[in-house]
Design a protein around this ligand. Structure first.
Ligand code: SF4
Length: 385
């Protein structure tokens, strides 16, 4: 099973912490939609391997896909579907990332009509001072009202994002409570990170802002873990929680889950990555160059063939971010390497310290109370070629 990821490279304004690829110049949005559809047609025609993939999810991310007009959202979704010879109604999940200020009744109806079945809403915080500090374009109240409006419009599958470890006066406890009381099925929470080429990065390097505190991030992460557990939510990936839906089912994110299990994905749009049969490509992260290359019927991209060592390291990293963990046996079969043989001393040390624990079926995972530092455990098991 494969997924389709479409990167919509526009934002209303730049959040101070964000280093994703986007532009605030939206005058060429229509040209961009046409170019992305053209890219889908070219990739599908040029690589027969895509023609035998069974696509099950489509994800419009960015950037801010909710900035597109209803007509352009529809043109993008239907154009990509047609290019890939799929019907949107046959997919198990069609997600659109939306910012709270775009959750208007007109947009919600248009997205439903265009085939969107799931919304991913970037809330980040409900505290208005914190949102202003982040340079977000919405208020906490707008987020709550927008979520309720989306639910009334028939979106029963909604996920929200929060950011923890923020050095403001906001109450994280209140943010968590307000998020979990909304009609959402899924929650992602990410630690604030200071990226160099951002407003926040510049302020921190000049000493105008403090570095985010690790202890505050650790406290807020553990608080979310325990509140979500009390409510019966499933913490199935380091940064992701799924609500109980009854009969042992949870509202997991299908599209993102397929990344973590190493499935193929067709990436479209400037800055998007794709992966198929051990080959990864990355589209140029520049809107004018991307548009120009498509006008010339070329794909401006870099390609990388993953070696067994790359695949082993990636699987260890992504696997240990999930509750399913890793299986040395499976790793040996799929990559030719197993962590207990790559570095027996590091493997033993991770087990003896409790950073790794055995679970069912010969698998091992990082326990929840150490997940916030799980990437360190994974990298200690890497194979260096
Ligand atoms: S809206 Fe999202 S993609 Fe755009 S700047 Fe803010 S965090 Fe980054």
């Amino acid at each position: 099973m494969a997924g389709i990821y479409v990167h919509v490279p526009f934002c209303r304004q730049a959040c101070h912490y964000c280093d994703f690829h986007f532009s605030t110049k939206t005058s060429n949005a229509e040209g961009m939609v046409h170019a992305i559809v053209q890219e889908a047609q070219m990739r599908w025609a040029q690589n027969p391997a895509w023609q035998v993939e069974a696509f099950r999810t489509l994800y419009l991310g960015g950037g801010t896909p909710s900035l597109l007009s209803p007509a352009l959202s529809k043109a993008l979704l239907s154009g990509v579907a047609e290019a890939c010879h799929i019907q949107l109604k046959d997919l198990q999940e069609v997600t659109l990332e939306a910012n709270p200020e775009d959750l208007t009744a007109a947009n919600l109806d248009a997205w439903k009509d265009a085939g969107v079945t799931r919304l991913s809403v970037g809330i980040q915080s409900f505290d208005d001072n914190t949102l202003a500090w982040m340079n977000r374009a919405h208020t906490g109240r707008q987020a709550e009202e927008g979520l309720l409006r989306a639910n009334r419009a028939g979106f029963d599958s909604i996920t929200v994002d929060l950011i923890y470890g923020v050095p403001t006066e906001r109450s994280w406890e209140e943010d968590v409570q307000r998020a979990l009381e909304l009609p959402v099925r899924h929650l992602s929470a990410y630690a604030l990170t200071v990226e160099p080429r951002t407003v926040l990065g510049t302020r921190v390097s000049r000493g105008d802002e403090p570095e985010p505190s690790d202890s505050r991030a650790a406290y807020e992460y553990q608080h979310l873990c325990s509140v979500a557990a009390q409510r019966g939510w499933l913490h199935y990936e380091t940064s992701n929680w799924a609500a109980p839906l009854g009969e042992g089912e949870f509202g997991k994110a299908l599209h993102n889950s397929s990344y973590w299990s190493g499935e193929a994905y067709l990436g479209l749009g400037p800055g998007a990555h794709g992966f198929l049969d051990g080959l990864r490509y990355a589209n140029v992260s520049n809107n004018p160059i991307y548009l120009q290359s498509l006008r010339q019927h070329r794909l401006q991209q870099t390609k990388e063939t993953l070696s067994n060592v790359d695949r082993y390291n990636e699987r260890v990293m992504t696997g240990l971010r999930t509750a399913l963990g890793i299986s040395p046996e499976d790793l040996a079969q799929t990559t030719g390497h197993r962590p207990d043989e790559v570095d027996p001393r590091a493997w033993r040390s991770a087990l003896e310290s409790g950073d790794l624990i055995p679970i069912e079926d010969g698998r091992f995972r990082v326990p929840e109370d150490r997940w916030i530092t799980g990437d360190r455990v994974a990298s200690s098991l890497f194979l260096v070629s």
